[in-house]
Ligand binder design. Structure first.
Ligand code: GLN
Length: 542
């Protein structure tokens, strides 16, 4: 029997609802329960794939090829459970489904309305594609009081009624702000937020209260009294020094105990937090430090590189060092000397990206890394730019470019019009819609034995997640290999370059996929472990 825990947020946005949900998932999992997490996003885009990373943050890609909210990345990093397409939905998607049904005539002449048709579609989504999970945690995006969130709140209210309190629980995440002039943590915003929830018929069962300091008992009692929640279910969620400490801190505040109590589970398996204690220990007391430059384009909002930053932290955990990230806007290299910024770093990473702006700067960063023998990891766009750099400066193809930037005589990187997905041929056209039409999700890659990539992965067959529209042009392979670049990983049909490396360099790898999406703190991705290791070694030289 799957139980549902609905997590809403109030007072202000950015309280870390995704992290809180992920941490609760991890905590229940550490008691031996099978968990999954889902997110309901109230915005109108069908998925976040078409949104600018600087507005919405990273687009997280699942194995089954869905472009989803970055909170799904937290879920996977905290629980290790691969997210699926069925774990994220938006208002846009729900309405597309409802409107398609209306056009087909499925509503048999009825008037189509938010209640019950839209709310039914939301409920169907929440209840679909469930295996034998003990707990399904469902996070509702946004903050209570948002107009667009109403149908979602109504749908989960109905589910609470239909399934009963033995199978559903409502958790509300709020903030107790500290007011310096009063010298107090204030409960009023939380009271208002709970009122707002009550106005749509939801009485929260438990409040998770964010605060930047200890919540005095008096305030905790006050929240309990005014919000009609048992004192034990007003759980402090205090700031911690690393996000990976959250499951432990929630356990210390008895969140898991109270959740299990709500469901009437008395004899729960004992908690085993050793995995989190190990991670916390490594993050809190690293033996050294290494600086890695991330040369990107969306550096104004670091959420656009969420999984990447986490994966680098994981590489640090594996090597017992703290990884310091130096975020550099690629465009600076178009005017200034790369050496000034990159001379003293341990490694250089050029992440995924879209469009021409900053591309020449990324090419300069790859050139600096290659010539000065600085460890380089190019991810997706970062691989494509490294190939263009190699073409121009190693193979003498001076006009090398990508068709992403406009017509070119030397399309080292070109638009993909067809590729194999398993045994199915997928076709695309340059004028297709932008949403959901890239090469998305997990694809197999074959690695050449004896290469650096082979050493890193310790395997000849890997599966990695993709999100790209362009590919390295296989027709240039011979010229590039003749000039010293090695194609060490290919798609199974041998047509799509997946990994390139530079054997005449201590550590230089470009990958067409996104390894950062699969890294976990307790299971760091081998590419990040190896890249951070090489960067530590390089730091000792500079
Ligand atoms: N813009 C490039 C492409 O579409 C790279 C995409 C990426 O880095 N994710 O192929």
């Amino acid at each position: 029997m799957t139980r549902f825990i609905f997590i809403t947020g109030g007072v202000v946005s950015s309280l870390g609802k995704g992290l809180a949900s992920a941490a609760l998932g991890a905590l229940l999992q550490s008691r031996g329960y099978k968990v999954r997490l889902r997110k309901l996003d109230p915005y109108l885009n069908v998925d976040p794939g078409t949104m600018s990373p600087t507005q919405h943050g990273e687009v997280y890609v699942t194995d089954d090829g869905a472009e989803t909210d970055l909170d799904l990345g937290h879920y996977e990093r905290f629980t290790g459970v691969p997210s699926r397409r069925s774990d994220n939905v938006t208002t846009g998607k729900i309405y597309s489904t409802v409107l398609a049904k209306e056009r087909r005539g499925d509503y048999l002449g009825g008037t189509v309305q938010v209640i019950p048709h839209v709310t039914d579609a939301i409920k169907t989504f929440v209840l679909s594609d469930i295996d034998d999970e003990d707990f399904m945690l469902v996070e509702i995006g946004g903050t209570v009081g948002d107009i667009e969130g109403l149908p979602f709140l109504e749908a989960i209210r109905q589910l609470g009624n239909e399934l009963g309190s033995q199978r559903t629980m409502f958790i509300h995440l709020t903030l107790l702000p500290y007011i310096p002039t009063a010298g107090e943590l204030k409960t009023k915003p939380t009271q208002h937020s709970v009122k707002e929830l009550l106005s749509v018929g939801i009485q929260p069962d438990l409040l998770l209260c964010r605060a930047d300091r200890q919540i005095p008992d008096g305030e905790r009692r006050k929240v309990a009294l005014f919000c009609n929640v048992p004192y034990e279910n007003v759980i402090p969620a205090l700031d911690v020094s690393t996000i990976y400490e959250v499951p432990i801190s929630y356990h210390e505040e008895k969140l898991d105990v109270q959740v299990l109590k709500h469901f009437g589970i008395e004899a729960a398996p004992k908690v085993d937090l050793s995995r989190w204690e190990f991670v916390r220990g490594r993050v809190a007391k690293p033996e050294g430090e290494v600086t890695i430059a991330v040369v990107g384009k969306y550096t104004s909002l670091l959420d656009s590189y969420k999984s990447l930053a986490e994966a680098l932290t994981h590489g640090g955990i594996a090597n017992n060092v703290k990884v310091k990230l130096d975020w550099i806007d690629a465009q600076v290299f178009e005017k200034e000397d790369a050496a000034y910024y990159l001379e003293n770093v341990g490694g250089i990473l050029v992440p995924g990206g879209f469009g021409e702006r900053g591309a020449e700067g990324k090419i300069k960063a790859a050139q600096f890394a290659r010539e000065r023998k600085v460890p380089y990891l190019g991810i997706c766009f970062g691989m494509q730019m490294a190939v263009i750099e190699a073409a121009r400066n190693m193979a003498g193809i001076t006009g090398a470019s990508s068709t992403e930037f406009g017509p070119t005589k030397e399309p080292l990187v070109g638009i993909m019009t067809e590729w194999l997905q398993g045994n199915t041929l997928v076709r695309r056209h340059a004028n297709d819609d932008l949403g959901g039409t890239m090469r998305l999700g997990a694809y197999e890659c074959h690695i050449k034995p004896g290469t650096l990539a082979h050493e890193v992965y310790g395997s000849e067959r890997i599966m990695e997640r993709h999100r790209h529209r362009y590919e390295v042009n296989i027709n240039y392979r011979d010229r590039l290999e003749g000039a010293g670049l090695l194609f060490s990983g290919m798609s199974p049909d041998g047509l799509l370059p997946e990994i390139v490396e530079n054997p005449d360099h201590p550590w230089f790898i470009g990958v067409q996929f996104h390894p950062e999406l699969k890294s976990k703190p307790f299971e760091p991705h081998p590419l990040f472990t190896a890249f951070v290791k090489a960067s530590i070694e390089h730091s000792r030289l500079v």
